[in-house]
Design a protein around this ligand. Structure first.
Ligand code: ATP
Ligand code: LTN
Length: 244
């Protein structure tokens, strides 16, 4: 395989209040990545956010809030590139090319689409369905080699690898003819792990903590004060089994 320079890329949707899962599973690890030699790019992915309805005025504020949270958590804009997805039109352009590479069968297997579309699947946006293809474009537009994310994004990163691999195979002749070696895109390495790759909801132990859960009591927001956190933890669902 061709050599690709180490480059870290990740994104967070401006869909509401950031919570402990976003911090421990993703943002804290974005900060740690800065100690590496590699260039790090951290993106506020508003084109992903609008796959579900967003109030335009509120979205503007939420983009700023996620950006502020990145900086507050320790992402240093002098060392890492922090930016807004919709300001770089190439993400959407490459997503279209990848729409023509990815297969329906691959997208039909995506579990996040099934969760987010719910029972009324016919009424889901095409954007929600094609969401993982745009994510592949975010990553591969920069030929990113490493992507730190929480557990829930594992399947999307496998799709990113499949798209890169199919593109490299389908266009192998042109890639070589244009002097790009064996591959045009890297096969990106997901960085998932640590003790908090999947922080669960405080209300339902079978679901992950999520920004878009209707109940604020299901998550610990990064902006909650000590009293609010104590109260949410006291009310949290616990294991019904007796302690061993
Ligand atoms: P939404 O509910 O709108 O889907 P979200 O809470 O899942 O939002 P995202 O913006 O989709 O948040 O995710 C940002 C990053 O946080 C991703 O890397 C994701 O894997 C990670 N993440 C999200 N929820 C959790 C969680 N409960 N535990 C660990 N990591 C998480
Ligand atoms: N789908 C991700 C957000 C996201 C992302 C990306 C993460 C969009 N593009 C590129 C890593 C790399 C999510 O919902 N957490």
């Amino acid at each position: 395989m061709a050599d690709f320079k180490d480059l870290v890329f990740s994104g967070v949707q401006p869909t509401g209040n950031l919570h402990l899962g976003n911090y421990l599973g993703a943002i804290k690890r974005f900060v740690e990545m800065q100690a590496r030699e590699a260039q790090c790019l951290y993106c506020v992915v508003d084109l992903h956010a609008i796959t579900l309805w967003q109030d335009p005025a509120a979205l503007k504020g939420q983009i700023r809030e996620v950006t502020a949270a990145f900086l507050a958590a320790g992402i240093d804009p002098a060392r890492s590139i922090v930016f807004n997805q919709s300001q770089v039109p190439q993400h959407a352009e490459l997503a279209w090319v990848f729409n023509c590479v990815a297969r329906l069968g691959w997208l039909n297997r995506m579990t996040q689409f099934k969760d987010k579309a719910g029972k009324d699947r016919e009424n889901a946006s095409i954007g929600l369905y094609a969401y993982p293809v745009l994510m592949a474009a975010d990553i591969l537009a920069y030929r990113a080699t490493h992507v730190p994310v929480g557990e829930d994004q594992k399947q999307h990163l496998e799709l990113t690898r499949d798209i890169a691999s199919k593109f490299n195979t389908d266009f192998a002749g042109s890639i070589a003819a244009h002097g790009h070696g064996e591959s045009f895109f890297p096969i990106t390495e997901p960085l998932i792990g640590g003790p908090a790759a999947r922080v669960m909801s405080l209300r339902d132990g079978s679901k992950k903590m999520s920004k878009s859960d209707a109940s604020d009591n299901s998550r610990i927001n990064l902006t909650d004060d000590a009293d609010a956190i104590a109260q949410k933890v006291r009310r949290a669902k616990t294991d019904p089994e007796a302690l061993p």
